[in-house]
Design a protein around this ligand. Sequence first.
Ligand SMILES: N[C@@H](CCC(=O)N[C@@H](CS)C(=O)NCC(=O)O)C(=O)O
Length: 200
Amino acid sequence: MKLYFAPSACSLAQHIALREAGLKFDLEKVDLGSKKTASGKDFTAINPKGYVPALELEDGSLLTENAAIAQYIADKNPDARLAPANGTIERYRLQEWLGYVGTEVHKALGALFDRSLTDAQKAPLVERAGKRIQFVDDALAGKSFLMGEQFTVADAYLFTCLRWTHYFSMDLSGYKNVSAFMGRVGERPAVKAALEAEKG
Ligand SMILES: N[C@@H](CCC(=O)N[C@@H](CS)C(=O)NCC(=O)O)C(=O)O
């Protein structure tokens, strides 16, 4: 398998998931500006969507979209317990979180990377992102991770998106449960290894 990634982008979530799952994989960095891969290939010829993450599977086919890749990785090694078993209500709860992180947290924070926005235009987006984070903070009360005490691929995705807040000087310290979650996830060996590997 090969993960196409950009440093600290949402692909970090799937990079973490691959390491948490203990799977063998290669990494190839993508320059999202030029759409060139590290080996000089045209990324849009590999993934016409033009964005990361994209996971090249063993048969050479390509899987895209965070929610799909996350579950594919989790199902490759059920012993790592990165997702509840298919068909259970807990699996739908995981999908509920993947949906929330993808369409609410990722999109709310991702919009702030738009350099054409003025501070005045950003203000309502920051406010909206704050509401999405508040919901997560409430949901994390009394729990270590989104699904309870078991780390899942949804946590890897949430951690990845919430890391972006420091680019926008958004202070997470007021969100006590979220702050504790960020510290807890950031200490995981697989997370540290993924962050280190993306620096290179
Ligand atoms: N719908 C996609 C969105 C992925 C996405 O937003 N990727 C960003 C990085 S976090 C990207 O590659 N943006 C570059 C671009 O759209 O040109 C998913 O959920 O996987």
